[in-house]
Design a protein around this ligand. Structure first.
Ligand code: AMP
Length: 279
């Protein structure tokens, strides 16, 4: 596995790979890799000639009071995991290189972002699509792999690819969970011991919500039941519970179309998100 920090060098490698006709699978991450990331790398490995994984904690997608500084980082461990689990090229640019001084062009998302994390984290998805536009231009992947744990991100990236005619196939991959059901997340290390014990309840409550929906309850009943279960948890607070069409992310009255039940929950030092999509 090669580690590339320099953008020009990465572009030269991509140019050579394209001449050789190689198909590139791309896994963008913010590092502190776990089995969720690895599942994307392994899928990319199976479906492409080679895998580029990027590690970049993108300052532009964090709000002023968010956890950019507390976001966990461990490059040595990431490098080892990426190598062992099938990455060919680890792209690890600096913030200075990705946002050159004086270059001020950014992207703006105007659909699918007035709900869920888009509503709660203003500017977050503008930051996400800005960095992905840069990364897609540098890496020129044939396929890009994203996790459905961040389901709104998948919906927004789908829109980005269509809006800007990126010749990239978006591959949405299932959420990988701990044995107790907690969705794997780099942020889980910022949970206290007590919070870690409570956190699997988020998924349990989502499963109950899905069961209720499958038994025929209406959308508002399911939403208020889930909200009240979350509000009964002692250690944190609910950021949102929303039930929307997927991937359109529009309000729904029934479960007659693919529908996402999504939540965000704030613990002391970690805001966690999770969801279930009912097809
Ligand atoms: P992040 O490093 O959190 O930006 O995540 C990088 C990619 O990994 C995104 O596409 C995430 O959706 C995906 N991902 C993160 N956690 C999981 C998980 N538990 N299961 C599957 N994919 C995940």
């Amino acid at each position: 596995m090669k580690v590339i920090r320099n953008i020009n060098e990465m572009q030269q490698i991509v140019k050579d790979l394209k001449i050789q006709g190689k198909e590139i699978g791309f896994v963008p991450t913010m590092g502190f890799l776990h089995e969720g990331h690895i599942s994307l790398i392994e899928r990319a490995r199976n479906e492409n000639d080679l895998v580029v994984t990027s590690i970049f904690v993108n300052p532009l997608q964090f709000g002023p009071n968010e956890d950019f500084d507390q976001y966990p980082r461990d490059f040595e461990r990431d490098e080892r995991l990426a190598r062992e689990r099938g990455t060919d090229i680890l792209f690890y640019p600096s913030a200075e290189a990705m946002y050159p001084k004086g270059a001020g062009t950014v992207m703006k998302v105007t659909s699918r972002t007035d709900v869920l994390c888009g509503e709660k984290r203003p500017g977050h998805f503008d930051g996400v699509v800005t960095v992905l536009t840069k990364l897609f231009h540098i890496i020129q992947p044939d396929r890009a792999y994203f996790g459905l744990k961040d389901a709104q991100q998948v919906a927004v990236v789908d829109d980005l690819i269509r809006s800007y005619f990126f010749p990239v196939e978006l591959v949405a991959c299932p959420t990988v969970r701990e044995e107790d059901g907690l969705a794997k997340s780099s942020r889980n290390v910022n949970l206290s011991t007590e919070e870690r014990k409570a956190a699997p309840k988020l998924y349990e409550h989502l499963l109950s919500a899905r069961k209720l929906a499958e038994e025929g309850a209406d959308v508002e009943t399911v939403r208020s039941q889930l909200l009240s279960e979350l509000d009964q948890m002692a250690l944190g607070e609910t950021d949102y519970v929303q039930i929307l069409s997927y991937p359109g992310l529009e309000a729904v009255q029934t479960f007659d179309q693919p529908t996402i039940i999504a939540l965000a929950y704030r613990f002391q030092k970690a805001r966690l998100i999770d969801n279930i999509i009912i097809r």
